[in-house]
Design a protein around this ligand. Structure first.
Ligand code: GAP
Length: 488
């Protein structure tokens, strides 16, 4: 099934039915832009995050240069706070610049992102675009800062204002010196973090694609200015290969280099990894991850203060008294490179991806409909999630065919053994066909059924979700067979 023929409504319905994703606060009518992850969704997200962490941090070998890397490098993780000193957001530019333009309709009071008016719906009937009803009255575009504001401490006044972070990245920049002085790392090295970010999106839409609360997987890679272009190329390709390894088909994925006019003012190069989400028209792609070459913008901002572009240079923005408009920390964040014998402010390459967007792409990719014969041989339509075993929420399901003849006891024993190692599921209720179908919809790659023959020869049937083929395997070999299949 191609992505263009997949229905987003059916994918959303499956996510609800099987407990992947629920609307937040649903029993009170729901709150827009916020989503809860149910029992299967939380496992899927954990698998995405663990795979990323293993690929980036815990599985990284700093003694060897990976294939195509300019050199060996160090990599560490961090977990910084969601609320940080508000001066960070002023120096980084988020306080002044992290906004979207919106327009209001004075008639129906709806609010739209200025760049999405032509693809948005006016809430009134008959269905039209904003501005198309005779009495629509749209305002001029206005700025709306996307950071959620809160107050720290008991006083609700401007001195207590703080923000929920709109990205995890700043937590890495402001800890650059701490990591250098405590972790024995040397440039080039990366700091990785997975955590919640918050953006008060004007029009959250497309299910979990654009949410107001979401998780990011970001890594800030610090390198010498001379080597930065080579590292940018390396990280672009490495991140693209990661998505392919999770089972996203390469014709649904693309790596798109931004043109000079599309880049942020500090960027020396940006590429997006994009996916052909089914809610997009044919030929269109949505962002999964951005990889940016940020030059020395971030460390300089936190040293000197908020930077603005003047011609080819980034300079500190000054107020009417000639002072930095938003001062930095004043701390020296430059680096002395022993091997080169020189001091510089490291350049940063940043791969920044979203956990929810990755989970959504994986769900869309995996969703499929086919027909398989039932117990009588009649074709039955089925919905199946063809998730890669590595990220499937449940790795295997164990069923006794009937609830008697000692079958449940044998099945429970197998279940308990496998449970030591993987998230497996036990089910003895309902017809075997229905139990298989439920696991197909949950994306469980294998089902093990204990039947009459098991009592004679200690074998069970192993059913493959994708082909529905079944063959007999010895109980003693189940664990090694599954381990081998999960590798692929
Ligand atoms: N530090 C750079 C940064 O935050 P970004 O492109 O704004 O860059 C990185 O965000 C990734 O975070 C995106 O590629 C996307 O996967 C995810 N993301 C951003 N905004 C999101 C939102 N409102 N809802 C869900 N995911 C989002």
């Amino acid at each position: 099934m191609s992505n263009q023929t997949k229905s987003m409504d059916k994918i959303v319905a499956l996510c609800k039915r099987r407990g992947f994703v629920f609307q937040s606060s649903e029993i009170y009518g729901g709150i827009r832009g916020f989503w809860d992850y149910g029992p299967l969704g939380v496992e899927l997200k954990r698998n995405v995050k663990e795979t990323w962490w293993r690929d980036m941090v815990s599985g990284h070998d700093p003694t060897l240069a990976p294939e195509d890397a300019p050199s060996r490098f160090d990599m560490v993780g961090i977990e910084s706070t969601i609320i940080m000193d508000p001066k960070i957001w002023k120096a980084s530019g988020h306080f002044d610049l992290f906004y979207d333009l919106f327009v209001d309709c004075k008639t129906c009071k709806a609010r739209f992102r200025a760049d999405q008016v032509e693809s948005s719906d006016c809430p009134r009937k008959p269905s039209k675009r904003p501005g198309e009803h005779d009495d629509c009255e749209l305002t001029e575009p206005r700025e709306f800062n996307l950071m959620f504001k809160t107050y720290v401490g008991a006083l609700i006044d401007p001195t207590a204002e703080a923000y929920l972070r709109p990205e995890t990245a700043q937590g890495m920049f402001v800890n650059f010196k701490n990591i250098l002085s405590t972790s024995r790392v040397k440039v080039p090295f990366g700091i990785a973090q997975i955590g919640k970010s918050f953006r008060n999106e004007i029009t959250p839409r497309n299910f979990i694609f654009r949410s107001r609360e979401f998780e990011q997987m970001e890594m800030e890679f610090f390198c010498s200015p001379d080597s930065s272009q080579a590292w940018y190329q390396f990280w672009r390709d490495r991140r693209m290969a990661w998505y392919v390894s999770l089972g996203l088909r390469s014709d649904n994925l693309r790596l798109r280099e931004h043109g000079p006019n599309e880049r942020a003012h500090y960027s020396c190069g940006t590429a997006d990894i994009e996916y052909a989400y089914p809610f997009l028209p044919e030929g269109e792609y949505g962002e999964l991850e951005g990889i940016s070459h940020r030059g020395d913008f971030d460390l300089r901002s936190h040293m000197e203060g908020k930077l603005i572009r003047e011609g080819d240079d980034l300079v500190v923005e000054r107020n009417e008294h000639g002072q930095p408009k938003h001062p930095g920390s004043g701390k020296d964040l430059s680096y002395f490179d022993d091997s080169a014998g020189e001091k510089y402010i490291p350049h940063v390459i940043e791969p920044a991806g979203g956990v929810g967007r990755t989970a959504l792409a994986l769900l869309c990719e995996a969703y499929d409909e086919d027909a398989i014969p039932d117990e009588k041989g009649d074709p039955q339509e089925r919905i199946v999630l063809r998730l890669h075993p590595r990220i499937a929420p449940i790795k295997a399901a164990v069923f006794p065919l009937v609830k008697k003849d000692g079958q449940p006891e044998i099945a429970a024993g197998i279940y308990r053994d496998l449970k030591q190692r993987w998230n497996v599921f036990y089910d003895e209720k309902g017809s075997i066909g229905k139990r298989y179908r439920r696991q197909d919809e949950s994306g469980t790659p294998f089902c093990l059924t204990i039947d009459h023959q098991t009592l004679d020869d200690e074998t069970v049937t192993l059913r493959d979700r994708d082909t529905t083929e079944q063959h007999r395997v010895k109980i003693a070999e189940i664990e090694s067979i599954l381990a081998e299949r999960f590798q692929g």
